[in-house]
Design a protein around this ligand. Structure first.
Ligand code: PAZ
Length: 380
């Protein structure tokens, strides 16, 4: 196949349950309004290029697999989008412009701190019927709703960063719901970012379904009960990292995430992904430990760039370097001291978040990646 993936066995796309990305994009329905979404993103990218800024595509949240075309039921996964939303904030602070491609209604940068489950916004507000007059912040002029004074210190910097991000024009949002929408959008956003060359980073933190139901097999109406158990046959979602690396974003700095529940699979699967797709980095994480422990798996650097991984990590606490056998790859664990769980919406005031360390290390690697190309062109 043109994209280098194994084809399905018959002439019918996906006949064996396996789809090449080419077959997928030729036969599945693109999301409505894709052209306009791509146009808006392209204009955003052009503005960032004019301003000389680096851009990162952050994918975030889970994808659904609808079981009916008039969708009543769908398969989903656990991801709330914490990793993506949190990382997007740190990328913005690090001077990146961000295309935040997330699952509709999942957590978003800044607003994530006041998720309805962990930190309901109404709980922060003064109840005008019981306000305490001695509390200056609680005085009610009948027109204004006040935030309780004990929450102001936490809210103020977040509110400022939120407004700064909106006013700056450095944050662009795109949303998806289904895995099909995600795949079409990923291809489109990658193409749109191509003109950035090495200044584009791709941070693929969304939890993407490995299986889907092709459009030809999705019933139009709600599946009826009464015939006993329901058997659903799903096909394998095409592996799009390979065409992404080779065609959609050939110069991009591509970081994928690998989630496992069996810790023994984490590094072997991450290495296999690097070998198969040839991108820059896989960040492995275990479902239960993902908020305080991740592992960077990457190819060993060539000798001419002798900023070793251990050097580049030296400023981060809780990191251990570990050469994984004597081969071409190395894995580096990153841990938050104390192993705290920041909760669904992220840390409460003062708690450290592992995304801060992840993003700092990625920025360093991305800069080296950009520099490498500049060195190459000046030595020619
Ligand atoms: O969204 P969240 O913060 O709850 O979880 C983040 C994550 C585990 C989905 C992410 O770190 C990740 O591993 N994404 C890739 C998952 C995968 O498809 O393997």
């Amino acid at each position: 196949m043109a994209d280098g993936q194994s084809s399905s066995s018959g002439s019918v796309p996906g006949a064996s349950g396996k789809w090449s990305s080419q077959e997928f994009f030729q036969t599945q329905q693109p999301p409505q309004g894709l052209e306009q979404v791509a146009k808006a993103a392209s204009e955003f990218v052009q503005r960032q290029i004019e301003n000389g800024r680096k851009v990162v595509l952050v994918t975030s949240g889970g994808t659904t697999v609808p079981l009916e075309r008039n969708v009543v039921r769908f398969l989903d996964n656990f991801s709330a989008g914490t990793r993506g939303a949190t990382s997007a904030e740190y990328f913005l602070s690090a001077g990146y412009s961000v295309i935040f491609m997330s699952r509709q209604h999942s957590l978003a940068p800044y607003t994530r701190h006041y998720s309805h489950t962990t930190n309901p916004f109404l709980d922060l507000l003064v109840d005008p019927t019981t306000h305490v007059p001695s509390d200056a912040a609680a005085e009610d002029d009948g027109d204004t709703i006040k935030v309780m004074s004990q929450h102001v210190a936490h809210l103020r910097p977040i509110l400022k960063a939120y407004h700064d991000a909106r006013a700056s024009g450095y944050l662009h949002k795109v949303s998806f719901v289904t895995v099909n929408e995600y795949l079409f959008l990923l291809r489109e956003m990658s193409r749109v970012m191509q003109p950035l060359g090495r200044k584009g980073m791709y941070y693929l933190a969304a939890a993407v379904s490995d299986f889907f139901v092709p459009s030809t097999k999705v019933p139009e109406h709600k599946i009826q009960s009464g015939k006993g158990s329901l058997v659903i046959e799903m096909d394998q979602v095409p592996k799009v990292l390979k065409p992404m690396v080779q065609k959609w974003a050939p110069e991009g700095f591509i970081v994928s995430f690998k989630l496992e529940t069996d810790p023994n699979l984490l590094i072997p699967k991450a290495r296999a992904a690097l070998e198969r797709y040839g991108h820059q980095l896989v960040i492995g994480n275990d479902l239960q430990r993902r908020k305080f422990e991740v592992v960077f798996v990457e190819r060993k650097r060539r000798p001419r760039k002798r900023t070793t991984t251990s050097d580049s990590f030296s400023s981060v606490t809780g990191l251990e370097k570990e050469d994984y056998k004597n081969d071409d790859f190395e894995s580096t664990w990153m841990r938050l001291e104390g192993g705290g769980d920041g909760g669904e919406g992220g840390g409460k005031g003062g708690e450290r978040e592992i995304e801060e360390d992840i993003v700092r290390e990625l920025c360093r690697r991305h800069d080296a990646w950009i520099q490498e190309a500049e060195d190459d062109s000046s030595s020619r």
